[in-house]
Design a protein around this ligand. Structure first.
Ligand code: NAD
Length: 287
């Protein structure tokens, strides 16, 4: 897709961070924007700012973890703008810690938001795009954490490897079905957003019992500090919207942001086909 004027974009997790950066890039390109987010007050602030920047915006408070919310989002988007041309399945959260110490609520929250959120988005919007039979593009936000593994991030890696697999396979299925719907998977390294404070977006249903030993442990505190350090020390966000849109223009499937991590992705693949094991070199290259 190269001509964006008057196209309609739906963006989940659009009230902050990467989703908001994408929305701002949409505004610059004259795209009508549907911003969706679980955080009502942040969504209102984002809506106000985008309108000040001249965009035509619809804000929908919703939870990507709920299929019925995704259906409601599509209904509202179509009622307002009649078509959807771009979909960004972007909303996501992070929890840190070893697989066996995380609570079932941690696992369910992260898998519901990071994997089921994308499943819901694709399931609702792809049939709409197929029916439209117009040029469309879908971008699923995964992470470089979907292409290589670190310690202390088991649940995040599980969710992001899943979203890479889901995106690759959906891309292939779409190729068998139509040449009109293109797809990309966004796999950034650390970017300066508020992802490290995503606990505030955790629904009560998935709340942790903080008196449990892991959440009182030094290990938990260390993992939390590490989370803040790597996200706040990440790449500035200002170029991210442009990077994603240039990839859409070029119909690039894998969108990466940190070229210095590419050899570590290569090392993981080398370990796979040479019968090796997950490598601490990969970890040292990142943390
Ligand atoms: N920041 C990074 O370093 C980084 C790196 C790789 C991948 N990512 C991915 O980028 C995506 C966006 O994260 P970000 O860094 O912009 O974080 P962020 O916390 O700044 O923004 C995420 C937005 O998603 C919303 N959200 C959370 N749960 C939701 C739900 N259930 N339903 C609807 N909205 C929900 C939040 O309210 C928030 O506005 C995530 O999928 C994340 O995993 C981020």
């Amino acid at each position: 897709m190269k001509d964006f004027k008057d196209k309609v974009a739906v963006i989940t997790g659009a009230a902050n961070g990467i989703g908001f950066a994408v929305a701002q890039e949409c505004a610059r390109r004259g795209i009508k924007i549907v911003i969706a987010d679980i955080d009502g007050p942040d969504l209102k602030r984002a809506e106000r700012q985008l309108k000040e920047e001249g965009a035509e915006v619809l804000a929908v408070e919703m939870d990507v973890m709920k299929y019925e919310d995704m259906e409601m989002l599509a209904k509202e988007a179509l009622e307002k703008f009649q078509h959807v041309d771009l979909l960004f399945n972007n909303a996501g959260v992070v929890v840190a810690g070893p697989a066996w110490l995380l609570s079932m609520n941690d696992w369910e929250w992260i898998m519901k938001a990071n994997v089921w959120g994308v499943i819901h988005g694709q399931k609702v919007f792809i049939p709409i795009m197929l029916k439209q039979d117009t040029e469309c593009h879908i971008v699923n936000t995964s992470s470089v954490a979907g292409l290589l593994s670190l310690n202390g991030m088991s649940a995040y890696h599980t969710s992001k490897f899943a979203s890479v697999g889901l995106s690759e396979s959906t891309y292939l299925d779409l190729q068998c079905e139509t040449d009109k719907i293109k797809m990309s998977v966004f796999c950034p390294g650390f970017i300066q957003t508020d992802l490290d404070n995503c606990e505030k977006h955790r629904p009560k249903k998935y709340a942790n019992d903080m008196s449990q030993p892991y959440y009182q442990s030094d290990l938990y505190k260390k993992e939390e500090q590490q989370k803040h350090k790597v996200i706040k020390g990440g790449m500035p966000i200002d170029t991210i919207g442009l990077t994603i849109f240039e990839a859409i223009e070029e119909e690039k499937f894998y969108i990466l942001t940190h070229s210095e991590l590419n050899p570590l992705i290569g090392l993981r693949v080398k370990n796979v086909f040479e019968g090796g094991s997950p490598s601490m070199t990969v970890i040292k290259g990142i943390k």
